[in-house]
Design a protein around this ligand. Structure first.
Ligand SMILES: [Zn+2]
Length: 388
């Protein structure tokens, strides 16, 4: 074979090999770019069979959402907020799992999209409440429950029209539509709502007077003693509203434990099954500020409130308790080193939400079903299927 032909063939071969290896290397670099970004790969998940599997249905359901709480917050709780004498509330859950809180178009989410997914069983966009990606109304587990003669209630240490509580009762394109959400709360089938008011008269938020008049269309507003009035036969749903940051941690008066206790007593007196949402916003607020002290106080408030709820569930034996989060905030890490060991310090990697899976704990009748959960919206599907 003539030399020039040999050389030409060798050149083609070598450049081919070179190109392949470059392409191969580039392929790798496509997945992990030079700046270290990782390509999002949505993947798929197994469906949960809701047909004939839900034979064990609880009478009551209590959903506790700790906004912004990730596994690292839970680790910090287990490692720093325990007392030797008292067994940790976290160990009392028979089901300990996780769920992927991504929203419908990516790894990150906000409380609106994640709350909507857990309330309705359908993933959706950022900031949206009770609507799917096309803007179609999504019926929430609260709406299905009240259609089936359940009592429904919300207790939060955040403002009552905040994304998490609102995702269970309202339908609106933006979580910032304060007046629209308040009007929807006042025209919902809620029997009870306790929480704060915030930014009154600012950025489209109605002022105090207007807010109260909207709420009084439906609710009897309790005073600070939280005394439930004897309303006889014409029983009006009840609401208790507090100033901004008035309900924050155990030192607050009232605090989340006390509000939850009043709510459980009231719902138990309604003579029908109930579903109650309890939300703590302290992990999210504290982590957005990278405020470790606020987060530790928030953890103590969550633990005490959960203890009360689990005591209730144990005493009546017919109540499912679900504890979870809507996303992680702050990229919290609990570190130690030779100098401070075994003590620890908290480090933050961001002031934003992170794309991590979050804790999902369940206790009581029907808890076992939640072992099959992978995504936040499957929680919503299960909750709806568990309504009798
Ligand atoms: Zn947040």
């Amino acid at each position: 074979m003539r030399n020039w032909l040999k050389i030409a063939l060798a050149t083609v071969l070598i450049s081919g090999l070179l190109l392949t290896s470059i392409f191969y290397a580039f392929n790798l670099s496509i997945a992990i770019t030079s700046s270290g970004d990782i390509e999002f790969s949505p993947g798929s998940i197994p469906e949960i069979d809701l047909a004939d599997s839900l034979s064990e249905k609880p009478r009551n359901i209590i959903v506790f959402i700790a906004d912004g709480m990730g596994f690292s917050h839970l680790s910090t709780a287990l490692l720093t907020q325990q007392t030797d004498q008292v067994p940790s509330v976290w160990h009392e859950f028979e089901v300990k799992g996780w769920h992927d809180a991504r929203c419908s178009y990516g790894p990150l989410t906000d409380s609106g999209a994640s709350g909507t997914a857990m309330a309705t069983g359908t993933p959706t966009f950022f900031e949206v409440l009770g609507l799917d990606q096309e803007g179609k109304h999504l019926k929430s587990v609260f709406e299905i429950a009240s259609d089936r003669q359940y009592a429904t209630g919300i207790v939060t240490d955040s403002y009552i029209w905040d994304a998490t509580p609102a995702a269970f009762v309202a339908h609106t394109k933006s979580r910032d539509n304060a007046e629209d959400i308040l009007v929807q709360i006042a025209s919902s089938n809620l029997d009870l709502i306790f929480g704060e008011l915030e930014d009154l008269g600012e950025d489209g938020v109605p002022d105090l007077e207007t807010t109260i008049s909207i709420l009084e269309r439906k609710f009897h507003l309790l005073d600070r003693s939280l005394t439930i009035p004897n309303q006889g036969t014409n029983r009006k749903p009840i609401a208790a509203i507090f100033d901004e940051d008035e309900v924050q941690d155990l030192d607050s008066s009232p605090n989340l434990v006390q509000l939850t206790e009043v709510a459980l007593n009231y719902l138990s007196l309604q003579g029908k099954p109930f579903i109650l949402l309890v939300e703590s916003e302290e992990m999210d607020s504290g982590s957005h500020e990278n405020d470790s002290e606020r987060v530790l106080k928030g953890i103590r408030s969550i633990q005490e409130t959960l203890s009360l709820i689990l005591r209730f569930s144990k005493s009546d034996g017919e109540t499912l308790v679900l504890f979870t989060s809507d996303h992680e905030t702050g990229g919290l890490a609990t570190l130690s080193n030779r100098k401070i060991y075994p003590n620890m310090s908290v480090k933050w990697s961001t002031k934003d939400h992170t794309a991590t899976v979050v804790p999902l704990l369940a206790q009581g009748p029907g808890a076992g079903y939640f072992m099959a959960v992978n995504r936040n919206w499957q929680i919503g599907q299960l909750l709806k299927a568990l309504i009798r």
